[in-house]
Structures are given as structure tokens and as C-alpha cells.
Design a protein around this ligand. Sequence first.
Ligand SMILES: Nc1ncnc2c1ncn2[C@@H]1O[C@H](COP(=O)(O)OP(=O)(O)OP(=O)(O)O)[C@@H](O)[C@H]1O
Ligand SMILES: [Mg+2]
Length: 191
Amino acid sequence: MWRTAASISSNSSTMCLTSPKVEAGKMELFPESFSVQQAIEEVCSIITPLAKKKNILINNVFSLEASVVTLDQQKFKQVLYNLLSNAVKFTEADGTIQIMTEMYDNKKMLRVQVKDTGIGIRQEDFPRLFAEFQQLDASLSRRYEGTGLGLALTKKIVEYQQGSIEVESEIGKGSVFTVILPMGGKEIKGR
Ligand SMILES: Nc1ncnc2c1ncn2[C@@H]1O[C@H](COP(=O)(O)OP(=O)(O)OP(=O)(O)O)[C@@H](O)[C@H]1O
Ligand SMILES: [Mg+2]
């Protein structure tokens, strides 16, 4: 059974972020029209060599509708990179990762899902997933490198664009991260 954590509240008591760019009000947004598949391919070109080392296959499934989108391209790639690098990191050898892209809500939004056949996440750990400097298992953090910032930053980037991020997972079977981003949006320049 897949479990859903639709509304995950971040840990508000955590310390300030290391990257000043992600402080509220300082993030910039530059929406532009771009090919979503080209952006996915660019991110995959970075991730695929890592996946190949573990013989992990990355499938890219997309609806033709989701061709040109209007979003902040750099942030889109950053979100996808964070999700894919986690998917590769937390999936054992010979696993599979699927990227699914489609338009959503009458083409007003883009939905991107990253599904893996990895180690999975316990439901009780969902609230900690998006908190800064959190790796779920101390023994895992010794095994898997990282600072525990990727998902916290990802959530901030997504929510800054009025988007949402959700996770469904089953321990030992895998996880699906779903990001929904509203199209368009105004340019926001940093102060
Ligand atoms: N796809 C996944 N499958 C299983 N566990 C995951 C997955 N993605 C994230 N996690 C868990 O959530 C934790 C937080 O993820 P996050 O991306 O924030 O940190 P990280 O990958 O450990 O470090 P960093 O992203 O800073 O390199 C991970 O350490 C891991 O325990
Ligand atoms: Mg990460």
C-alpha cells in the first residue's frame, strides 16, 4: 500500500538556512518559456552517469501536452536534480527510476513525478523529510553522503512558486515524489 503525506509542515524551529538565496523574500524568479523535455534531458545527462554505476535505469515518461512550459527554468532543473539525485542515492543496484511529466488542472500547472524502487521512507519520518539537515537514519547517513538540505531547499523553491510537493512511499518498495508547479508567474528580482 502506498502511503501519502499530502501536507507536510516543515520544522519551524530549525536554524537559519545556509544559503541566503533561500531566505524568504530573497529568492528570485525568472519565468520563461522552455522545452520541459530538453530541461529534463539536461538534468538526466548529469544524473545518468551516477545511475549507470549502480545499473539503475531512468525512464522518462511524458505526455506530449507537456512540451513547452513557462516556469523558472533554473529552479525547475534544481528541483528535478534534487529529486533524481535522491532517487539514485536511495535506490539499490539494478533498480528503476521513472520521471513522469504531464500537464495538470486544465494545463494551468505542470506535474512532475519522480518514482524510484528504492529503500522507501517510513510514514513516521514524513514530517522530518523536508526539514533542514535531516537525514532519516543515522546509520544511513554514514552510508549515503549528503547534508540533508536537498529536500528542504526543494520544498522552499516549489512553495515560493505557489507549487506543492508530496511524497508517497512504502518501505523496501520505493518512493514517489510529486511536484506541482503553476505555470506563468511574475518575475521577482532579488532585493
Ligand atoms: N527517494 C528517497 N528514498 C528514500 N529516502 C529518501 C529519498 N529522498 C530522500 N530520502 C531521505 O530523506 C533525507 C533527506 O533528503 P535530502 O535530499 O534533504 O538530504 P540528503 O540527500 O541526505 O542530502 P543532500 O540532499 O543535502 O545531499 C535523506 O537523507 C533520506 O534519508
Ligand atoms: Mg538529497
